[in-house]
Design a protein around this ligand. Structure first.
Ligand SMILES: *[C@@H]1O[C@H](CO)[C@@H](O)[C@H](O)[C@H]1NC(C)=O
Ligand SMILES: *[C@@H]1O[C@H](CO)[C@@H](O)[C@H](O)[C@H]1NC(C)=O
Ligand SMILES: *[C@@H]1O[C@H](CO)[C@@H](O)[C@H](O)[C@H]1NC(C)=O
Length: 643
């Protein structure tokens, strides 16, 4: 495409920073114009509020200028990048900065600029560069708010990944965008209403100032720059969030007042569904947009490309939003404003403005609607509304396969109180419909695949989910919701505290796995049905080393497993082989990373009459693998049914 470069004087463009609004960001007087200049090795994009400098042709962000600060990014950092972690065959993983070799202005007028930095693969790069063509895009906008044109306070980025048919087989473990902010400026981090705090600095994690814990990510702050933080644990995994809860996160600079936010308006391009967890922001100050990773999931979610298969996927766009508080520097004001902006971005999804034909617009997408009802005659003779059911479309596969699905797109919504759901803006393609809801074990999978076409609406009408059950509940432990949060979570060892999690999210504290052995030094915990209370007596994770009474069908739902084998024995704690044993299951590492769940597992165990006796019976649940302290399982729910 022919592009005309506008060489507008920068000075003229930057007479900003006086304000009319006071509502979050400085507004340039008069109508703002978006401009782009190429200056030798750099491409400079400007909209009168934010100036962005990118290296040419690599497409690394070297400068973000806003509110009088010439660079919000750490100048000597190599971090503001798109990257990919990949490997071919059995070779070691390679961390690759996605480096463009071809710069192009894709679109330019006063209202919008879109630029592209392409990385091209060819066979001479085999083994050295990921076998992918990647087109990184950055977009700048002028927006109309009411009858006035204003510049958008930030920029969008997205990328199109393509593996051409016949190119080498390989796998992708991780791909993301990362920003390293100015460390002397940004000290306050916010990832949720109740998860925000003054953070340590990067240097506080150095060996001189900290003490390493069981893995390199976790340290105790011994001599932090800010003495108020002395003695606390810092670990980036304590700031992980579920995708459904991490649409916005970032950092705040007090002087001058600046908020730097990463807004993810849709999770359609993320793998593993709405409960998948990943890193957000952490000490650095670092802001991550995680598009794909194996955190809290393990090997099973790594994207593997075999037989030279063709693959193309669009990650993003995400929005880098900058705001400021013109009156003061109230963190809460900036956080609330960032949340407001997130609502605007979500409402605008799918965006109209990305130029790539690979990013499909609203009219090119379809929708699927229906209603989910539950039938469980041991609970009610009537249908139960599937209130708040998670309903999703993902690649066809067996039950639960969406948890591990990563190459395609997923579209998840929650049904309303009557079980009605409407999944809009679905990319055309073939999907399975999956659904599950808190309060019931297992999940619903629609009987056939569903083909969504652009502009089409498919109404599936009433769908009935019959959760697994052979008889009435004799007893149960926990709540079937794919999380172990309702069980007993101990207080942390006083040596290992993160003050953010004293009142809530206690499971995010470091070192809780050590407490199991402290509490049960010789034998596993004993739980007496009808006497014990799971909120106090059932330890949330069974790590290295239980008594129940009852009869017949036992259903055990796990919220997480890491290199574990669950064995079930009835009445005889030593019988070999055990009455039931799983394979070696799970690599989600959720215990070490302070997740309250990883992947969901459901096991049905028929208890044979010959294993049982008159009167009291005891069930021994053993996690038999203990090569490292992080091996273990978390229970979601256990139920005994009469059959
Ligand atoms: C529906 O589910 C939501 C979320 O679990 C809950 O807050 C709400 O009270 C439920 N509504 C009804 C009518 O049961
Ligand atoms: C458990 O039983 C239900 C039906 O009773 C079935 O749908 C499910 O596949 C079973 N799961 C396993 C792991 O056997
Ligand atoms: C179990 O313990 C919790 C917390 O102490 C308490 O709120 C709940 O009422 C107890 N449940 C029963 C059935 O005693």
């Amino acid at each position: 495409m022919a592009a005309i470069l506008a060489f507008v004087s920068m000075a003229a463009m930057l007479t900003c920073c006086s304000s009319s609004a006071g509502n979050g960001h400085p507004v340039a007087p008069g109508a703002a114009v978006t401009t782009v200049h190429v200056k030798g090795q750099y491409v400079v994009m400007d909209n009168g509020i934010v100036r962005l400098t990118l290296s040419n042709p690599e497409g690394f962000i070297t400068e973000v200028m806003y509110n009088g600060v010439d660079n919000l990014l750490e100048v000597h950092s190599s971090e503001p990048y798109w990257d990919v972690v990949w490997n071919e065959e059995e070779n070691e993983e390679i961390f690759e900065l996605i480096e463009g070799s071809q710069f192009q202005i894709i679109y330019q007028d006063d209202k919008k600029i879109e630029v592209s930095f392409k990385k091209k693969w060819n066979p001479s790069l085999k083994g050295k560069r990921s076998p992918l063509n990647i087109d990184k895009r950055y977009i700048y906008l002028q927006i109309n708010s009411g009858d006035k044109s204003e510049s958008s306070s930030g920029f969008y980025t997205y990328a199109i990944y393509e593996h051409v048919k016949g190119w080498p087989d390989f796998q992708i473990t991780e791909t993301r965008i990362a920003f390293k902010l100015r460390k002397e400026k940004f000290h306050y981090m916010a990832i949720a209403d109740n998860r925000q705090r003054v953070m340590p600095m990067l240097q506080d994690r150095s060996p001189k100032r900290s003490q390493k814990l069981a893995y390199p990510e976790a340290v105790i702050l011994v001599k932090p720059t800010n003495p108020a933080l002395r003695g606390e644990v810092d670990d980036k995994y304590q700031y992980s969030s579920e995708y459904k809860d991490s649409l916005v996160h970032g950092w705040i600079c007090a002087k001058p007042s600046i908020g730097f936010w990463l807004i993810t308006p849709s999770n359609e391009f993320k793998s593993g569904g709405p409960l998948r967890q990943d890193l957000t922001s952490h000490v650095g100050p670092t802001v991550l947009g995680m598009f794909h990773s194996s955190h809290y999931a393990g090997e099973e979610i790594v994207a593997k490309f075999t037989n030279g298969e063709y693959w193309k996927k669009v990650f993003g766009p995400v929005f880098i939003y900058l705001n400021s508080d013109l009156k003061n520097s109230r963190p809460n004001f900036l956080w609330e404003d960032a949340k407001r902006q997130t609502q605007i971005e979500v409402a605008n999804w799918p965006y109209e403005f990305p130029t790539s034909v690979d990013y499909l617009k609203k009219e090119q997408r379809g929708s699927v609607s229906g209603r989910l009802l539950i039938l469980d005659k041991y609970i009610s003779k009537n249908y139960i509304y599937g209130n708040a059911t998670f309903v999703g479309l993902a690649s066809p596969g067996e039950e639960g396969s969406w948890q591990k699905e990563t190459k395609g797109y997923q579209f998840w919504v929650r049904a309303n109180a009557k079980g009605n759901f409407f999944i809009k803006n679905v990319l055309s393609g073939v999907y399975n419909l999956y659904a599950w809801l808190p309060g019931f074990i297992g999940e619903f999978t629609y009987s056939t695949t569903i083909t969504v076409t652009s502009g089409g609406n498919i109404d599936l009408h009433n769908l009935v989910y019959r959760p697994p059950r052979d008889g009435p509940t004799l007893w149960e432990i926990g709540i079937p919701d794919r999380s172990a949060a309702e069980f007993f979570v101990p207080d942390p060892n006083p040596k290992y505290v993160n003050k953010l999690y004293i009142e809530h999210d206690k499971f995010r504290q470091y070192g809780l796995w050590e407490k199991y052995a402290d509490l049960y030094p010789t034998t596993d915990l004993i739980y007496q049905v009808g006497v014990s209370n799971y909120t106090k007596d059932w330890f949330f994770a069974q790590v290295t080393r239980f008594t129940l009474t009852g009869v017949y069908k036992l259903r055990v739902a796990l919220a997480s497993a890491h290199l574990s084998k669950l064995q079930v024995r009835i009445n005889d704690p030593t019988i070999e082989p055990a009455h039931f044993t799983t394979e070696l299951i799970g690599r989600d590492n959720a215990i070490a990373r302070h997740g309250i769940h990883g992947f969901y597992w459901l096991f049905n165990i028929s208890l044979q009459g010959s294993w049982l006796r008159e009167g009291e019976n005891t069930i021994f649940l053993t996690q038999s693998q203990s090569q490292t302290m992080f091996q273990g399982i978390m229970y979601d729910y256990i139920r005994m049914e009469a059959t």
